[in-house]
Design a protein around this ligand. Structure first.
Ligand code: NAD
Ligand code: DAU
Length: 342
C-alpha cells in the first residue's frame, strides 16, 4: 500500500517524504508546485536509486477531483497526509482567494475521495494559528477556535471539515495542530529563513512592530516524527497539538541570528506591523505527551544547524530569491522600510 503525501514538495511535506521513504514506505506525492513547491527539496530522494523507486510524483491540484480520484483508483493508497496548503499569513493578507481554494475546497475534495475509496487513515495537517492569540496560558485541543487572518481562518475551515467527516461518516481522521516550524528547505518568505538569508546578504531584517510577539518553535524533523507517531498511535477523530516547547520573542530570535552570523545589530529594522498580528501562540501538548511523544531538538541547537544549512546551501535559496520572490518582497516590504539615506 502507498501513502499519499499532498504538498510533498514544500517545506514540511518534503521532510515527511524523506522520513517515509527512509523507512521503506511507498510514497505518492501530489503537489501543484506553486511558488512554494520545489522539486529540489526532493532531489536527494529522486537521485538515490534506493529511495527513488519508493517515490512517485503527480504534479497537480488537490482541488482537481478527477485527478485525485484517478490517483486513488490507480495507486493503492491507504493513508493520506494532507500538507498541501497556501501557508503564508502575509500573502493571505494581500490576497486570500488561493487560500480559500486550497485550504478549504481542496480539503473537501480529498475528504470526498477518501470517503468514496475507503481510505484507512486521513491526517489533516492543521495549525496552532486556528486558536488565535493566546492571551495567557496555552491552548488545549478542546479550546475554542478563534482564527484572525485569512490564512488561519481557511485552515480552521479545513480542520473542522475534516472533523465533520469523522463525526458524520466515520472517516478515520486525525487532525494535527503544530506550532511554528523551522529547519532546512523553508521558503525564505518566512521569518527565520528570511532573516538568516537577508543577514547573510547584509540586507535589512524587517522586524514587525515592537518584535515582542511570541511564537513557539518546533523543529521540522520533530514535527514530522510526531506525525509519524500519530499515524501509528493516534486515535481516530482526535485533534493533537504538536509544539516545540520553545516560546521565544521574535526580537530575541532576530538577535540570535545576528549574533550567530556575527553581523551588526543595526541590520534589524522595526517596520510597520502585520495587520491583525497575533501576539502570542502557545500550545498545551499534554495530550501528545501522554501518548508517549515529546520533541527532541532544543531550539538553540536546531537554529544553529538551520543557520549552517542556509550558509552551506546558498544556491538553493539564491535561485528562489529572484523573480516571483522579489516581486512579492517589494510589494510586501518596500513601503515598510524607511527610505535609504542619501
Ligand atoms: P509550504 O508553503 O512550504 O508548502 C506547501 C506545499 O503545498 C507546496 O509544495 C505547494 O506547491 C503545495 N500546494 C499548494 N497548493 C496546492 C494545491 N492546490 N494542490 C497541491 N499542492 C499544493 O508549506 P509548509 O510550511 O510546508 O506547510 C505545510 C502544511 O503544514 C500546511 O498545511 C500548513 O498550513 C501546515 N503548518 C505549517 C507550519 C509552519 O510553521 N510552516 C506550522 C503548522 C502547520
Ligand atoms: O504557527 C504556525 C504557523 O506558523 C503556520 O501555520 C504558518 O503556515 C507559518 O507560516 C507560521 O505563521 P507565522 O505567521 O507565525 O510565521 P511567519 O514566519 O510569517 O512569522 C513569524 C513571526 O515573525 C510572526 O510574529 C511575524 C514575524 N515576522 C515575520 C516576517 C515574515 C516579522 O517580524 N517580520 C517578517 O518579515
Amino acid at each position: 500500500m502507498s501513502i499519499l503525501i499532498t504538498g510533498g514538495a514544500g517545506f514540511i511535506g518534503s521532510h515527511f517524504v524523506r522520513l517515509m521513504v527512509n523507512q521503506g514506505r511507498q510514497v505518492v506525492v501530489l503537489d501543484k508546485l506553486t511558488y512554494a513547491g520545489n522539486l529540489e527539496n526532493l532531489k536527494d530522494i529522486v537521485e538515490n536509486s534506493k529511495t527513488s523507486k519508493l517515490f512517485k510524483l503527480y504534479k497537480g491540484d488537490i482541488c482537481n477531483q478527477e485527478l485525485v480520484e484517478h490517483i486513488f483508483s490507480s495507486e493503492n493508497i491507504d493513508t493520506i497526509v494532507n500538507f498541501a496548503a497556501e501557508s503564508h499569513v502575509d500573502r493571505s493578507i494581500l490576497s486570500a482567494s488561493a487560500f480559500i481554494d486550497t485550504d478549504m475546497k481542496g480539503v473537501f475534495v480529498l475528504l470526498e475521495a477518501s470517503k468514496r475509496f475507503g481510505i484507512k487513515k486521513f491526517i489533516q495537517i492543521s495549525t496552532d494559528e486556528v486558536y488565535g492569540t493566546a492571551h495567557s496560558g496555552a491552548f488545549k485541543e478542546t479550546d475554542a477556535l478563534n482564527p484572525s487572518n485569512p490564512y488561519s481562518a481557511s485552515k480552521a475551515g479545513g480542520d473542522r471539515l475534516a472533523y465533520a467527516y469523522w463525526v458524520t461518516y466515520k472517516l478515520p481522521i486525525i487532525i494535527t495542530r503544530a506550532s511554528n516550524n523551522y529547519g532546512a528547505y523553508q521558503y525564505p518568505e518566512k521569518f527565520i529563513p528570511l532573516f538568516i538569508t537577508n543577514a547573510i546578504e547584509d540586507r535589512k531584517l524587517p522586524l514587525y512592530g515592537d518584535g515582542r510577539q511570541v511564537r513557539d518553535w518546533v523543529h521540522v524533523e520533530d514535527h514530522c516524527a510526531a506525525i509519524d507517531f500519530l499515524m501509528a498511535c493516534g486515535k481516530d477523530g482526535e485533534v493533537y497539538n504538536i509544539g516545540g516547547g520553545n516560546e521565544r520573542y521574535n526580537v530575541d530570535v532576530a538577535n540570535l541570528i545576528i549574533d550567530e552570523l556575527k553581523k551588526p545589530k543595526t541590520l534589524i529594522e522595526h517596520v510597520k506591523d502585520r495587520e491583525g498580528h497575533d501576539r502570542r501562540y502557545a500550545l498545551d501538548c499534554a495530550k501528545l505527551a501522554a501518548l508517549g511523544w515529546k520533541p527532541k531538538i532544543k531550539f538553540e541547537n536546531g537554529i544553529r544547524d538551520t543557520i549552517k544549512w542556509y550558509i552551506n546551501n546558498q544556491a538553493w535559496w539564491k535561485r528562489i530569491k529572484n523573480g516571483e520572490f522579489m516581486e512579492y518582497y517589494n510589494r510586501q516590504y518596500s513601503h515598510r522600510f524607511a527610505p535609504a539615506k542619501s
